[in-house]
Write a protein of this length. Structure first.
Length: 167
């Protein structure tokens, strides 16, 4: 995992990336059908279960908690320093589970949850950093209930940043 998410860099992450985080997570929330997730869980007479993969400092989990206060929330991240900030940000509710874990290819994306655990899995601003995103996504799929949703947001260059002209 990149040193970018450790120590002082992790501590100042929110400050340095505030605008970016706000913009990208607003986009993410806009495509999550909160009502459908709530309905589905209600049909099964339980609270909605949400997982944020590579949750960083917990901003998205906190926004999801505001929108679905009854949901049980899980977050995993490869950086203990980022997780420490997520712990400080999020309310001390019994339905919150934050774990140090490295997501990757393999069964259930290498994460410590049984199959069919979640109604919603989010994964923002990290896919570009993963060695094998296709197989990681396949593993995450197994953690979802059959009608579950996987919401992925990431960035990519549309075209080369610098155009070189050969003479
Ligand atoms: C750019 S931050 C994004 C944080 C958060 N998802 C957001 O959108 O604000 C990337 C995060 O991914 C985590 N990360 C990178 N590779 C990971 C991996 N293989 N497994 C779990 N977390 C990872 C980093 O520790 C960091 O917290």
């Amino acid at each position: 995992m990149s040193a970018y998410y450790r120590g002082r860099r992790a501590q100042s992450y929110d400050q340095r990336w505030r605008n970016f985080t706000q913009l990208t997570l607003e986009e993410t929330l806009a495509i999550i059908d909160i009502e459908a997730i709530g309905h589905h869980a209600m049909e099964h007479q339980r609270a909605p279960r949400l997982l944020d993969v590579a949750c960083g400092t917990g901003v998205l989990l906190s926004l999801l908690h505001e929108r679905i206060p009854t949901a049980s929330l899980s977050g995993v991240d490869a950086s203990r320093d980022m997780l420490m900030q997520a712990r400080q940000r999020l309310p001390a509710i019994s339905s919150l589970r934050l774990e140090h874990a490295i997501v990757g290819p393999g069964e259930r994306a290498g994460l410590p949850f049984p199959p069919d655990s979640f109604d919603l899995i989010t994964c923002t601003n990290v896919l570009h950093d993963l060695a094998d995103p296709v197989n990681t996504i396949a593993g995450l799929r197994l953690l979802l209930v059959p009608e579950g949703r996987l919401v992925i947001e990431d960035y990519a260059r549309r075209s080369p940043a610098v155009r070189l002209q050969h003479r």
